[in-house]
Ligand binder design. Structure first.
Ligand SMILES: Cc1cc2nc3c(=O)[nH]c(=O)nc-3n(C[C@H](O)[C@H](O)[C@H](O)COP(=O)(O)OP(=O)(O)OC[C@H]3O[C@@H](n4cnc5c(N)ncnc54)[C@H](O)[C@@H]3O)c2cc1C
Length: 293
């Protein structure tokens, strides 16, 4: 049973921040409700005031600029991202990620902002945005700040968002030349959350043979999505080989910090990390190489 609450609707960012400020002693922001309503139904969250930001149209946008890159407003739904020709052209990995995220119904309601703020370590957008070197813009009535996605997630279902703050947008810089970004999750039920997920960004040198930069992110393998920084170091400066991929898989499974749950044991999750890392690094490498003339 959902406990009674006072429903308040905001139509602008200013209204949302005012309402939050007025009810800061006991409130929760709701957008698509795809994650929050489950927690409310289970009685895990029972706010006195529910502040609905789904109608804040000024946060519903996808914009691209060659210099600044892509900006996605917080109330933009997964489905809008998935169907955007602009996203398909500039950031195809996002379309692939969205096509495999939940059902169409959930993607029609669930938003990018809601997904990130829910802070689920098995969420799909977080690892992909991190691999893309993304940032988030956050605001409260008092201040606005911008943080990298690497800094945003703290722990299970916990982010850096402070009381009174809402997420406004995600910013993704343009993808550098000779770079490919790929993502895959391993799950038992199609489009369910991943038991393990991996996002990999590989940038090659001018020669098209050796790795100039790598951003490797693992989801569902720790209390929050993690950069596999030792694995990245291992790849940078190297040429691809079977041996290198093996080493990368081993290093990443050491870097992961998974738990056992009803879906998989800790050992199995570490194994999956190794398997997916090898696959994703090789795939990104091949796609980056195809861009070198
Ligand atoms: C059946 C099902 C399957 C799913 N499968 C997947 C999956 O495969 N992969 C995946 O990644 N997710 C999955 N999800 C989760 C869901 O898609 C996302 O969490 C959804 O995007 C949340 O967005 P929302 O707008 O519905 O958020 P809400 O439920 O409205 O809010 C979620 C949390 O974020 C906060 N919040 C929302 N917007 C903001 C904002 N702008 N600023 C500050 N705080 C905010 C809320 O207070 C709440 O704590 C699934 C959900 C369901 C129900």
């Amino acid at each position: 049973m959902i406990r009674d609450f006072i429903y308040l609707k905001a139509n602008t960012v200013e209204e949302a921040l005012d309402l939050i400020d007025q009810h800061k002693e006991d409130y929760k922001v709701i957008c698509g409700g795809q994650s929050l309503l489950i927690l409310m139904r289970q009685g895990l969250v029972a706010p006195e005031h529910l502040i609905d930001i789904k109608s804040v149209e000024e946060l519903n946008y996808i914009q691209f600029d060659e210099k600044e890159g892509l900006r996605i407003g917080a109330t933009t739904t997964h489905r809008t991202v998935e169907l955007s020709p602009l996203v398909l052209e500039k950031f195809p990995v996002l379309v692939h990620m969205e096509e495999n995220l939940a059902s169409i119904q959930t993607r029609n309601w669930g938003t990018i902002g809601g997904n990130l703020c829910h802070g689920d370590p098995a969420g799909d957008p977080g690892p992909v945005f991190m691999a893309l070197n993304g940032a988030v813009k956050i605001a409260s009535k008092q201040k606005t700040r911008t943080l990298t996605l690497d800094e945003f997630f703290i722990d299970y279902f916990e982010t850096v968002l402070e009381e009174g703050e809402i997420l406004l947008e995600v910013r993704l810089p343009p993808i550098p030349p000779r770079t490919a970004v790929v993502y895959e999750k391993f799950n038992i039920i199609k489009n369910d959350q991943g038991i393990i997920s991996v996002a990999a960004s590989i940038t090659l040198n001018n020669d098209g043979l050796s790795c100039n930069d790598a951003r490797i992110v693992i989801g569902a393998a720790a209390p929050a999505p993690i950069r596999a920084k030792e694995t990245e170091k291992l790849l940078i400066g190297e040429k691809i080989s079977k041996g290198l991929l093996e080493k990368a898989g081993e290093k990443a499974s050491e870097e992961a910090d998974p738990v056992a749950d009803i879906h998989a044991s800790e050992e199995y999750r570490r194994h999956l990390v190794g398997v997916l890392i090898k696959k994703m690094v090789e795939k990104a490498w091949e796609q980056a190489k195809a861009q070198v003339k």
